[in-house]
Structures are given as structure tokens and as C-alpha cells.
Ligand binder design. Structure first.
Ligand code: UDP
Length: 373
């Protein structure tokens, strides 16, 4: 069976890397090739290097001032050549990016069987021009096989009339990636300059609050509110150290550097490579983020997460009690953070919750399913 695994952004790379490795373990049964669109270039390359994956096709499509029109058409046109060259039986896409949606469309034209990893997440809020929900839904329509992380995501697909036997609940492959990574960064011979640079910030008497944020829906006033909340938290809690790897998007960089650069116990840094980020998550006391992947990873490390969004396509985490939605309201972000810093019981209840996103065996389940397909 010929597999083509396609991804383009950092989170997709993290979540597809363990699947690539699992298929490559079974190279007697599968001919597996990797194609990257490089929708993110630098952040993608760091992940490839950590997981030791060399793409068979690198479309290198990232351009300055890239827009969704160009990116979508470039992906479709370039993928055509890859599909004609390799002629895969199965094409694997992940999640909800432009790479995911455009690749699915190209694969559909080629007649390959499309397998959607992390299928069935929904916000039920198709808000133009924010592309994620549309990307998920379109990919769901085009896919033949849906690998859903949870029962909730499976039920979303059943409601859209997907057949029961086209869906497999696997857990999220991000937990597979996390397991591999925690083990690798903690081996004695693992050397990482970013981790060395972080070590002086980790002091025993200071609790670490790790912050990340990038979503388009928070650009503008959202990020201004978030920054004001972080400033307040830092001023009220001199015994905490906020560490914030700032996303490269200028809409994020500008407000964050303007509003937070001069605050004593806030350290703004460049985005971290995945292994350094995993290492830092593990050292943190709590995490404030709008990231999807971080919400799934953090519970496996016992870290409570405050999510700076009003809606989520990950309700399982809210139900399990591992995350709290705080939106971008300054008071709410400050109040919930104070509670977790000061109320030991609330903190320990959250940090002990079971991770609803699985146990790190998602990729094994996917490979076995395809073997029997
Ligand atoms: N991440 C990283 N470096 C950072 C921030 C996040 O490697 O500085 C990782 C994180 O562990 C998670 C993924 O990137 O696996 C999340 O990516 P992002 O927040 O960009 O996207 P989302 O998950 O919201 O799609």
C-alpha cells in the first residue's frame, strides 16, 4: 500500500511525525512518503529535525505576505505533480489548516483515499474569514476514513451522516509525539541550546506561568486585553515568572512587545523549538494559551490550562476539568490565574485530571486499521 503523508505547519508536523515514524517501522508492508508544503518554514523544519524526518517532497510554498488565495492554489497545483509522480493509494492529512483542505481537494481529484487525522473537531462557528472550521468541514466531506481523537469528535461526524465504520477513535497523535519527546529531551546525551538558555529562568522560589497565543480571532483588541491581563498578573505576583514565547506573526509581535517588553517578571522570547517547549511545559506551574495542541498536551504533564478563547473545538478538556475557558477578558484571565496561584485545592484538582485525548497509542491504531483496510 502506498501512503502519502502531507503537512505544512508546526502543529501538523508535531502531530503527524509519530505517524510517519510508525508507518516507517512497517516499511515491509507500506511504501510511505512524506510531502511538506512548508506553509510554515522555520517552525516546521525544527520539528522535522527533532523527529529525524526527511521529506520526500518539499514544496517550499511559504512566501512573504502569503495570503489564503495564493497558498490554496499553490498547494493544489504543486500537489498535482506529487500525486502524479507517486500515485499513492492513501493520502493522510491532519486537522484544519489550509494545507489540509487544499491537499484533500487535490487528493480527491487524483482518486486517492483520503484519511483525515484528528477528524471531527467542530466549533460550529463558521466565521469568515477565519478558515479553520471551514477547513475541517471541507476535509471531512472529502475524506473516506476519519481518525477521530475522541468519542465527541466521532459523534460530530455521525451527525454529519458519516458511516460508523468510516470512523476510528484513536486518541490524539499529539500524545504519541509528547511521549516520544519527553523521553528524548530527558536522555542524558540530549543537548539543546534553547533548553540551556531557559535554565537560568527556572528558579525554585518562582512559579512559572507559560504563555502562548497566535489565533487570528484574537488579533487586535484580544491581544491588547491579554497583554494587560499578563501585566497585572506579573505586578500582583512578584513570586511568579511569566515566560512567553511570542509567535512570529506581526499581529501578535507588535502588541506583545509594545505592552510587555518592560515588565520585570515577564520574559518575552522567540518561539521555542518543540523539544524546548515540551521541556518548559514540564517545568511550568500553569499554562495560559489559545493553542489547540497545548490544551491536549498539558494534561498529560499535569499542568492546568487557561484558554484565551470564547469557544473551543475541544470540549472534552473543559468537561474533564483540565482546561478553563477565559476568553480575552482581562478580569477573567486575572481572576482565574489568581485562583490557581492561591487556591491549592483548585490547582491540585485540575492538575490531577485524566487526559481525555488519549494515552499515546493513536498511531499504532491508525497503522493497524490501514493494514486491515
Ligand atoms: N509549540 C512549540 N513552540 C512554541 C509554542 C508551541 O513547539 O513556542 C508547540 C506546542 O507544544 C504544540 C504546538 O506547537 O504541540 C501548538 O502549535 P500552535 O499553538 O501554533 O497551533 P494549534 O495547536 O493552536 O493549532
Amino acid at each position: 500500500k502506498k501512503n502519502l503523508i502531507v503537512f505544512g505547519t508546526r502543529p501538523e508536523a508535531i502531530k503527524m511525525a509519530p505517524l510517519v515514524k510508525e508507518f516507517l517501522k512497517h516499511s515491509d508492508k507500506f511504501d510511505t512518503k512524506v510531502c511538506v508544503t512548508a506553509q510554515h518554514r522555520e517552525m516546521l523544519d525544527q520539528v522535522l529535525s527533532f523527529f529525524e524526518i526527511i521529506p520526500d517532497y518539499d514544496l517550499d510554498l511559504m512566501k512573504p505576505n502569503q495570503n489564503l488565495y495564493n497558498l490554496t492554489s499553490d498547494i493544489i497545483l504543486n500537489l498535482k505533480l506529487v500525486l502524479e509522480d507517486f500515485q499513492p493509494d492513501y493520502v493522510y492529512v491532519h486537522g484544519d489548516t489550509t494545507t489540509t483542505m487544499a491537499t484533500s481537494l487535490a487528493a480527491f481529484y487524483s482518486g486517492a483515499i483520503i484519511c483525515h487525522v484528528e477528524a471531527g473537531l467542530r466549533t460550529f462557528n463558521m466565521k469568515s474569514p477565519f478558515p479553520e472550521e471551514m477547513n475541517r468541514c471541507v476535509t471531512g466531506v472529502l475524506s473516506t476514513i476519519h481518525f477521530s481523537p475522541t468519542e465527541t469528535s466521532k459523534n460530530n461526524l455521525l451527525r454529519e451522516n458519516k458511516s460508523e465504520n468510516s470512523i476510528l477513535i484513536t486518541g490524539n497523535t499529539v500524545i504519541d509525539a509528547l511521549k516520544f519527546s519527553v523521553e528524548k529531551v530527558n536522555t542524558t546525551n540530549y543537548v539543546d541550546q534553547q533548553i540551556e538558555d531557559l535554565k537560568p529562568l527556572i528558579k525554585e522560589n518562582k512559579r512559572i506561568i507559560l504563555v502562548t497565543g497566535h489565533r487570528r480571532e484574537n488579533h487586535g483588541q484580544g491581544f491588547i486585553n491579554i497583554c494587560e491581563a499578563l501585566k497585572q498578573i506579573a505586578l500582583d505576583n512578584p513570586n511568579t515568572q511569566i515566560i512567553y514565547p511570542v509567535h512570529l506573526n506581526p499581529n501578535v509581535q507588535k502588541p506583545v512587545y509594545e505592552l510587555l517588553n518592560q515588565v520585570d517578571n515577564i520574559k518575552l522570547i522567540s518561539p521555542l523549538s518543540y523539544p524546548a517547549f515540551v521541556w518548559l511545559m514540564d517545568k511550568s506551574y500553569l499554562i495560559i494559551t489559545d493553542s489547540g495542541g497545548v490544551q491536549e498536551e498539558a494534561p498529560s504533564l499535569g499542568k492546568p490550562v487557561l484558554v484565551m478563547r470564547d469557544t473551543t473545538e475541544r470540549p472534552e478538556a473543559v468537561d474533564a476539568g483540565t482546561v478553563i475557558l477565559v476568553g480575552t477578558d482581562k478580569t477573567k484571565i486575572v481572576d482565574k490565574t489568581q485562583k490557581l496561584l492561591n487556591d491549592h485545592d483548585s490547582y491540585s484538582n485540575m492538575s490531577k485530571c485524566h487526559n481525555p485525548y488519549g494515552d499515546g497509542s493513536a498511531c499504532e491504531k491508525i497503522v493497524e486499521y490501514i493494514f486491515n483496510h
